[in-house]
Design a protein around this ligand. Sequence first.
Ligand SMILES: *Cc1c(COP(=O)(O)O)cnc(C)c1O
Length: 402
Amino acid sequence: MTSYLKTMPNSEGFFGEYGGAQLPPPLVPHFKEIREAYEKISKSSDFIRDLRYIRKHFQGRPTPVSHLKNLSDLAGGAQIYAKREDLNHTGAHKLNHCMGEGLLAKFMGKKKLMAETGAGQHGVALATAAAYFGMECEIHMGEIDIAKEAPNVTRMKLLGATVVPVGFGGRSLKEAVDSCFESYMSQADDALFAIGSVVGPHPFPMIVRDFQHVVGIEAREQFLEMTGELPDIVAACVGGGSNAMGIFSGFIDDEGVALYGIEPMGTSSKLGEHAATITFGEDGDIHGFRTIVLKDANGDPAPVHTVASGLDYPGIGPEHAHLYRTGKANYTSANDKEALDAFFALSRHEGIIPALESAHALAFAMREAPKNPGKSILINLSGRGDKDIDYVTETFGFGEDS
Ligand SMILES: *Cc1c(COP(=O)(O)O)cnc(C)c1O
C-alpha cells in the first residue's frame, strides 16, 4: 500500500468531506460487522493467499498492458496504452471486486451473495463469484432492465442466481437498490450485500477500491517494464468509479502522473441527456453516503442518459469527489458520439472491441494525444464490447470508414 491509500478513508469512512455511512438503524450492526470482518480478514495470510490463487488461476490475472500503436499513429502525438481488463474473466474489471467480496463472505461464514444490478454486468460478475464459492446468489433487477438486457438475465440464471424482478416505481436501477436493501434486512445474518462499485455506505467504497487496486499495481509495474518510465497521463471512465479508482490507486503517489476521470456527456449538456456528475453536480447525499450528486430542480437525483448503460448513475464514489475537490485528479467528459467513434476505431485498427463504457476513456486519449507529442497516455480498458455489438450495429451501423 502506498502512503495516500493508508490515510484514506478515515475510521468513519470519510475521504475528506465525502463518504460516511447513513444507514437505517437495523443495518447499523450489520455494516459494523462487515467493517470489522474486512479489517481483520483482509490482512490475514490465508485470505491473501486465496485471493492471489483465484486471481491467477481463475480470473487469468495479470491482464496485459497493450501498446495501441496503430491508434497512436492515427491520432498523432502521444503514445496510447491500454490496461486490458477486457481480458479478465467475464470480460470486465467488475470480477476483481466480486471475487474479493465473495471470498470475504466465505471467510465470514455467509451463505449468500446479494446485489442489485442495472444493465446486468454486476449481477453476472457476482453470480460468477457465487458459483465459484458454492454460494446462493440473489440479484434484484428492474423489469424494464430485465426486458432490455435479456442475455445477462440468461447468464445469471445459467450461473445459478435467482433474479428477482422489481415491478414498482420506475422499475429500474434505483428501485432495484431499494428492493435489494429491503430483502437484505431480513437475511443479513446469512448474506453479504455486495455493492458493485466504489459507492454506497462505508466500508464499501474502501473495500471495492482495495480489491480493484490490483489493476493499478499491475499496470504500473507493466508500464515501467515496457517503457522504462511512468505514463504521463492515466485515464479511466467513471460511472460509480471502481475501474478508475483501481488504476488511479497504482499511480496516486506519483507526482508526475496526471490522473483523469472521464464522465459520459451523453447526447448533450442538458440535464437528463448526460451523466456528467462531477462536471454539473453539487454536494449532496445519495444511497447512504455524501458525495457530489447530479440534481434536478427539486434537489433529487436527476435522470441521466449515456450510450454506455454502465455509466448512468447520478452520483459518484466519494473518493472521486474528494480527489476532484483537492485537485489530486482531474475530471472531464466524452460524449456518446466520441465514445462510438473510439469504439469503431479500436475495433477496426487494433482488433479489440471495447465496452462502450471503456470507449469513453479511449475517446479522451485520442482527443488528448495530438496535444501531447512525445508523451504517453495509459487508459484502463475496463471491459470488452461483446455485450454492445448488437445495439451498436443495429443503431449506428459499422462506423464511418467501413
Ligand atoms: C460497470 C462498468 C463500468 C462502470 O463502473 P465503474 O465502477 O465506474 O468502473 C465501466 N466499464 C465497464 C466495462 C463496466 O462493466
